[in-house]
Write a protein that binds this ligand. Structure first.
Ligand SMILES: Cc1cc2nc3c(=O)[nH]c(=O)nc-3n(C[C@H](O)[C@H](O)[C@H](O)COP(=O)(O)O)c2cc1C
Length: 314
């Protein structure tokens, strides 16, 4: 049986639902010896800003149980070097590119997206409104639905490319943020970014990370991410979703699809195994074959929930 792995996220069509998550796969090119970049559904590149950014001083990452904390601080080469140096090589490698962008202000976000414009070498723009590791920017928008809606509406006219908005899990109501993003003009939602955490070296009594707090990622966050995808899918049944958080196996991909994702992004797992994204494409096809699933898109939003009791059992 040949499995149809194609997925449609509104106007964004991907050859399969496996993308790599921003900040965990460099600009894609660094991974070319481990993965055929053209075999992936998409590559979301490291968050791009108007000017190059050095990020936070080290230490910037530490391991945790079932995951890691990072506070890289959005280090990147800046939009000009990306467009001039990285994008032509990604295009040559026939990669499907998602340009992840960020700014400190609405005007900066808009300026980066204007610079990308309608570049045909870019499949979609992803707004990171949810980075917990910078003093300004990201989180200010991600935590306030009104500010988020206004930001998306301000950026929307700057490109005709599909606009993905990446949501923060560091909120009490992810659905309110999702609605605001869609009302502002988002075509696709991606969730989740990292959860704010703190790890302490008890001998020195100092934070293990220079920025004090960091973003938690990896398998530890998967159930939170799956729950949030499910909540957003229930509230906004027609909005395409990238599910992100702790994916390491084809079974994890299937779990996100059942919860309501149309595609996924693989993050921290690429640090442990740089070839994992390519393998997941093959493993997912095999999983579908074994389970008689002809089209991977048929898995999306197929969760069978049980009615919840009126009162909690004691
Ligand atoms: C080291 C590191 C850097 C990251 N940088 C970015 C970034 O620049 N932009 C962004 O939107 N998300 C960034 N993220 C968040 C990931 O894209 C992803 O949403 C998160 O790690 C959860 O997925 P995972 O558990 O599979 O890693 C970063 C994550 C890590 C671990």
């Amino acid at each position: 049986m040949s499995v149809d792995l194609t997925v449609h996220l509104g106007r964004l069509t991907l050859k399969n639902p496996i993308a790599t998550a921003s900040g965990t796969f460099g600009y894609g090119l660094e991974f070319a010896e481990f993965v055929d970049l053209s075999s992936l559904g998409a590559i979301s590149v490291k968050g791009l800003s108007l000017r190059p950014c050095l990020g936070n001083p080290p230490p910037r990452i530490c391991e945790t149980d079932a995951g890691m904390l990072n506070a890289i601080g959005l280090q990147n080469v800046g939009i000009e070097e990306f467009l001039g140096e990285k994008l032509p090589r990604l295009h040559e490698a026939r990669a499907t590119v998602i340009a992840n962008v960020w700014g400190d202000t609405e005007a900066e976000y808009r300026a980066v997206v204007e610079r990308i414009g309608d570049d045909p070498r870019v499949a979609a723009v992803e707004l990171n409104v949810s980075c917990p590791n910078v003093v300004k920017g990201g989180m200010v928008f991600g935590n306030d639905p009104a500010a988020l809606g206004a930001l998306v509406a301000a950026v929307r006219p700057a490109t005709r490319l599909p606009l993905v908005v990446k949501l923060s899990p560091n909120v009490t109501d992810v659905v309110a943020a999702a609605r605001a993003a869609v009302e502002g003009g988002a075509d696709v939602l991606s969730l989740i970014n990292t959860l704010v955490g703190l790890s302490i070296d008890i001998e020195t009594r100092e934070p293990k990370i220079g920025f004090t707090t960091g973003g938690l990622s990896g398998p530890a966050i998967r159930p939170v991410a799956v729950r949030m995808v499910w909540e957003v899918r229930r509230a906004l049944p027609h909005v395409p979703i990238f599910g992100i958080g702790g994916i390491e196996t084809a079974e994890h991909v299937v779990e996100f699809l059942i919860a309501g994702a149309n595609a996924v992004q693989v993050g921290t797992a690429s640090f442990r195994d740089p070839g994992i994204s390519g393998r997941l494409v093959r493993d997912l096809a095999r999983w579908c074959e074994r389970h008689g699933v002809e089209r991977v898109s048929d898995l999306t939003a197929t969760l069978k929930t049980r009615p919840r009791p009126e009162k909690a059992y004691v």
